[in-house]
Design a protein. Sequence first.
Length: 198
Amino acid sequence: MTDKAGLKIDKILIADASRKTSRANAYFTGIGKTKRIVIYDNLLNQYPKNEVLAVVSHELGHWKYRHIFLSILISSAGIIIVLFILRLFQSGLNLNISMKSVLILFILFSIISYITIPFQNFISRSFEKQSDSISIQLINDPQTQVNMFKKLAMSNLSNVDPSPALKFILFSHPPIIERIMNIENTESLEEEKIYKKS
């Protein structure tokens, strides 16, 4: 599957996560030639092979689209912008270096960071949607993806259909219902293409 995605993986590691959590998960770590897949033992022990591959293929999508690198760039740009805004506030308020100025700047930094959370989550949700689409292509089994999302929602105690406001502010991943609908829409488009060809 990693060959199909055009990625070379150094190692596949098993995390002994069952001691601390019931969550089922997998993730990628490392850079360059040290790229590794880490799979929770919960995922390996409690889910069938095709569903484990569905989770791993989603993580492959993050690497294929360079989401980690893009996230670092976006975070770095955000920090620079926030520091620039804080510098403007400091100049405008004629604050000298003191405990009072540090406290004011810390409060301003917290407010600005809080305000940007919905924007950060919007980017994260778009990354997750891209990874889901790659996952469907890699395993070519939409029903397995749907089943896996349902199981993960139960395992991770997810809110599967939040209000639009809650999703906009707090959700870093698309809600499960939305992810399932995206898979079904992709499947319908593929069937339509096959029908047109025939």
